[in-house]
Design a protein around this ligand. Structure first.
Ligand SMILES: C[S@@+](CC[C@H](N)C(=O)[O-])C[C@H]1O[C@@H](n2cnc3c(N)ncnc32)[C@H](O)[C@@H]1O
Length: 350
């Protein structure tokens, strides 16, 4: 029995999406899945009987992440022969390799296991969008920052001041950092203000601890393997986080904001998040906004809300970087940038 049309169509749609985002190998793996998966394997049977909505469940990313994990662990030599640094294969070659893998009950069971949990990522290049936002906040307040990240995943972006940046030719951060970010830049340069991070802390409903090797490998499995720069960047940021583990709590973003975020004289409290807000339940979104608006911010104890999110992406296709700044009196609202969701390029407005 082949995959039902609704599942096959979701794999085809994901393939299209991956190609648009510069992941042609992952796209071909999605197409190969449709050719290779049927009722003869555990993995195929799990896909055939999928009870949920494949796109909403990120089913295809579970599958491609599982394949990547097996390749990275040396458990899928037939697939590895077609993954980087090999030249780009076609879907039929990948399907043949997948059929061999799925015919092995132990490896089939491993791949099927990857379908049971949702993917979780932490995109380091989003720091290239958030950092110029922090520079704007520093320029506006003249104060060091206390960072509070919501939906921080493994907390890799909480180390953003430990990365190096080329922002449209303006260099900032640590030039010797193993993580260097240079988003393709259009628009004016950001404020050349040096950001000082006084403290950092994050929360995630499912925090990932990169001191755990299994967690690290799982995080890497969801980085598209043909995007070699991204793979290298994620590995470097994970290594950096192992040496500089930011404190991360496992709490709902609203509960945590209410417990931790308050203005303090002599620093600016910055609540920041990237591609996370869309996953927060409505009550969480409302709780965050209400708490921030109720804080007694002032010029000496300001509060900033910096968010790189998909707010109006349905119209504009790209997420925005927005800033709300409370320095006493009504807040100022600014649209700072629009950028690629992975931080590859950015149009700066401010
Ligand atoms: C797409 S990931 C983005 C992670 C990270 N911000 C980044 O840019 O790489 C969204 C994150 O939001 C977290 N999340 C979802 N609902 C949450 C909630 N109610 N409170 C805190 N975190 C939540 C998820 O666990 C996940 O790590």
């Amino acid at each position: 029995m082949a995959l039902p049309p609704v599942i096959a169509a979701a794999f085809a749609k994901q393939a299209e999406f991956c190609r648009k985002l510069g992941a042609p190998l992952t796209a071909a793996v999605c197409e190969a899945a449709v050719l290779a998966c049927d009722g003869t394997s555990d993995t195929g049977r799990a896909l055939i009987a999928w009870p949920g909505e494949p796109m909403a469940d990120a089913l295809m990313m579970r599958f491609t992440g599982g394949c990547n994990a097996l390749v990275r662990a040396g458990r899928a030599p037939e697939l590895a022969a077609l993954y980087p640094p090999a030249p780009m294969p076609d879907a039929t070659d990948l399907a043949a390799a997948l059929r061999t893998l799925l015919a092995d009950p132990a490896r089939d069971a491993q791949l099927a296991g990857w379908l049971t949990g949702p993917p979780q990522t932490n995109e380091v290049a989003r720091s290239g969008v958030l950092m110029p936002g922090l520079m704007t906040i520093t320029a506006a307040t003249g104060l060091p920052v206390r960072l509070f990240e919501l939906g921080c995943s493994a907390g890799l972006n909480l180390n953003l001041d430990r990365f190096g940046y080329d922002l449209g030719g303006l260099r900032t951060g640590d030039p010797a950092s193993p993580v260097q970010l240079a988003p393709v830049w259009t628009g004016p340069l950001p404020h050349a203000a040096a950001v000082t991070v006084l403290s950092r802390r994050g929360t995630d409903i499912n925090p990932l601890d990169v001191s755990d090797a299994v967690v690290r490998e799982r995080l890497m499995a969801f980085v598209w393997p043909e995007q070699l720069e991204r793979v290298a960047r994620a590995e470097a940021a994970i290594a950096l986080a192992q040496a500089n583990l930011p404190p991360i709590d496992g709490a709902d973003a609203a509960d945590w904001v209410q417990a931790h975020v308050a203005p303090q004289a002599g620093s600016v409290a910055v609540v920041l998040h990237s591609i996370a807000y869309q996953y927060f339940p409505p009550a969480t979104k409302a709780g965050i906004a209400a708490h921030l608006a109720a804080q007694p911010a002032s010029a000496d104890a300001p509060l900033a809300w910096l968010r790189f999110e998909m707010d109006d992406a349905a119209e504009a296709h790209l997420p925005t970087l927005r800033l709300t700044l409370w320095q006493g009196g009504p807040p100022t609202e600014r649209l700072l940038a629009r950028a690629h969701p992975h931080g590859t390029f950015l149009e700066w407005f401010a």
